[in-house]
Design a protein around this ligand. Structure first.
Ligand code: TRP
Length: 343
């Protein structure tokens, strides 16, 4: 973790905000490489707000103890991955009650048809997921998360693009109806970052909800487990170590994982493994992955060993976030015509 003396990011820096849902017991390598590494890098140049989207997680019925555990795990993983809570605000969405309140205002600005067209909702219900109204309202709560903090940019993956678009629409609609109030954010779609695929089916993205455990490299996995999963990764019937996503998805995925974590270019790796077999490649990938995950796992264990300290960090983060949220909500209440409570 960063030294104790790190100052908070100067408020003059443009603000960014992002969140992750606490829907699994551990982040996986795809989350780490696809999102967390970027969050960490962005802290230098932005006033960053990173939160655990626990209210969003309620859209999928979860045992309360499990949700509490996963919320702490998710926060601990932000920090273990290098988010510095002294510099960036790390907090829990539900600690700022204004999110739900602004979410309601956003619901009341959204057309029923407009919400019905959101692809994530359509996909989930098409797959037979038993949808509740919270799942339907999910994008409007996400809009509230973002607009609450006057975020200039929102670093998210491609899958969240449509949610960013509705957020921009809602901000513009609010401003047109009630006067300039909310900052219209830009998406910061993280492009360059590599997509990590499932080890068991390298044509599907590594996903906490869809991949089998054997296909996932979890940041909480012990070295032996990581090695075992990598050694059993699906490859192909050839023997040449070569990057070709079309015909050699498994080998290509292993090369990408190695390259991202070791900093070696794919072409260099192809040369290094010329004439060697998949077993050699897998062994090398396993070592690179273990070297990256072990310090992370140790730091995470330390943080989870002291939940009181972790809760304190989250409370500090919430104090910072609340300051902004209370001010935004006061503006919004006034603009839409809610009566203030005064004596
Ligand atoms: N929907 C996002 C996801 O599943 C999580 C999220 C909730 C979020 N609120 C947000 C991301 C606000 C960015 C900004 O990944």
């Amino acid at each position: 973790m960063a030294p104790m003396s790190t100052p908070p990011a100067p408020a003059a820096l443009p603000r960014i905000l992002s969140g992750m849902q606490p829907t699994s017991d551990s982040l996986h390598l795809g989350n780490y490489i696809g999102a967390l590494v970027n969050w960490v890098g962005l802290q230098q140049d932005f006033d960053a707000y990173y939160f655990v989207a626990d209210l969003h997680a309620l859209t999928v019925p979860t045992d309360p103890e499990v949700l509490r555990r996963r919320t702490r795990v998710t926060a601990a993983q932000f920090i273990a991955g290098g988010v510095d809570p002294k510099r960036s605000a790390v907090f829990c969405q539900s600690h700022i009650t204004e999110h739900a309140e602004l979410g309601w205002v956003m619901n009341c600005l959204t057309g029923f048809g407009e919400a019905s067209r959101m692809t994530q909702f359509k996909d989930k219900t098409a797959k037979g997921q038993n949808a509740n109204v919270g799942l339907f309202a999910y994008p409007m709560l996400m809009a509230a998360d973002i607009l609450m903090y006057d975020a200039a940019y929102v670093p998210v993956g491609e899958d969240q693009r449509q949610h960013l678009e509705i957020t921009r629409d809602l901000a513009e609609r609010f401003n047109a109806r009630f006067g300039e109030t909310l900052v219209v954010p830009d998406a910061y779609i993280v492009k360059g970052s590599a997509k990590i695929m499932e080890l068991t089916d390298p044509t599907s993205k590594m996903s906490a909800t869809n991949s089998p455990d054997k296909g996932l490299l979890l940041l909480s996995d012990e070295p032996a487990r990581l090695r075992k999963k990598i050694m059993s990764a699906v490859t192909d019937t050839e023997s040449e170590v070569r990057y070709d996503v079309e015909t050699k998805a498994g080998v290509s995925n292993l090369l990408v994982i190695h390259s991202v974590l070791s900093g070696q270019r794919i072409e260099e790796l192809e040369r290094e493994f010329a004439g060697k077999g998949y077993g050699d490649l897998k062994k090398a990938v396993a070592e690179v992955v273990v070297d990256a995950v072990e310090p992370f796992r140790e730091r995470m264990a330390e943080l989870l060993d002291d939940p009181a300290e972790l809760d304190r960090i989250l409370a500090d983060g919430a104090d910072r976030a609340r300051e902004v949220a209370v001010a935004t909500m006061a503006r919004v209440r006034d603009r839409v015509g809610l009566l203030p409570s005064v004596r």
